[in-house]
Design a protein around this ligand. Structure first.
Ligand code: ZN
Ligand code: ZN
Length: 206
């Protein structure tokens, strides 16, 4: 699996293009702004994008969904508990930042334990509510995409509607710290880290 990282949108959320080097099948995680540069790489590498996966439904992670879907025909996937955030500018908070985003419903709703396959890549869905009710992390080949659940030495905000500090902490401890220490972590914002580093250094989960 190859991973290419972009920063899209005015909040600079991390977007990831993943692909199987053999089949050239691909998925995009969290296109949170204009995906023009992602589309350029997709064309250059001749990739077939099967899925657009949102780690959760906040505007800064979904804003590029529609344009990317129109250009690639990929299916949009989000956890069932965040489904309404795609279709409601109030739920995805975009209405409060003066740039309303309202899309069609997702093509497929995810739940904990689902496995998303493209080429030889398998992405396991780990439901980690707390930042939002339908927040997920995605685990593949020693790499975790942690959305706004776990950041480098920090955690996601829990003061938005549907947030829960206790749920977030519990999910990180039970579902993420049980993953091997060597697992690389790519968060939804900021720099990469690892499970081992966060186990030792993240003050929120000691
Ligand atoms: Zn968020
Ligand atoms: Zn975010």
């Amino acid at each position: 699996m190859r991973t290419i990282q972009f920063q899209l949108g005015h909040l600079g959320a991390n977007c990831f293009l993943l692909y199987c080097e053999k089949s050239l099948e691909a998925a995009v995680i969290d296109p949170g702004g204009d995906p023009t540069e992602v589309l350029a790489v997709i064309a250059r590498e001749k990739l077939t994008v099967k899925y657009i996966i949102n780690t959760h439904g906040h505007a800064d992670h979904i804003a590029g969904n529609e344009k990317l879907k129109q250009a690639t025909g990929a299916a949009i996937l989000i956890h069932a508990a965040d489904a309404e955030m795609l279709t409601s500018a109030r739920h995805n908070l975009s209405i409060y930042i003066g740039n309303s985003i309202q899309f069609e419903p997702a093509d497929l709703l995810l739940k904990d334990g689902d496995v998303i396959r493209f080429g030889s890549v398998e992405l396991k869905v780990i439901h980690t509510p707390g930042h939002t009710p339908g927040g997920i992390c995605l685990l593949a080949n020693g790499v975790l995409f942690s959305g706004d659940t776990l950041f480098h030495e920090s955690i996601g905000r829990t003061d938005f509607p549907g947030g829960s500090y206790s749920a977030l902490i519990q999910n990180i401890k039970e579902k993420l710290l049980s993953i091997p220490d060597t697992t690389k972590v790519f968060p939804g914002h900021g720099s990469e880290t690892s499970i081992g580093w966060e186990r030792r250094m993240n003050q929120f989960i000691q």
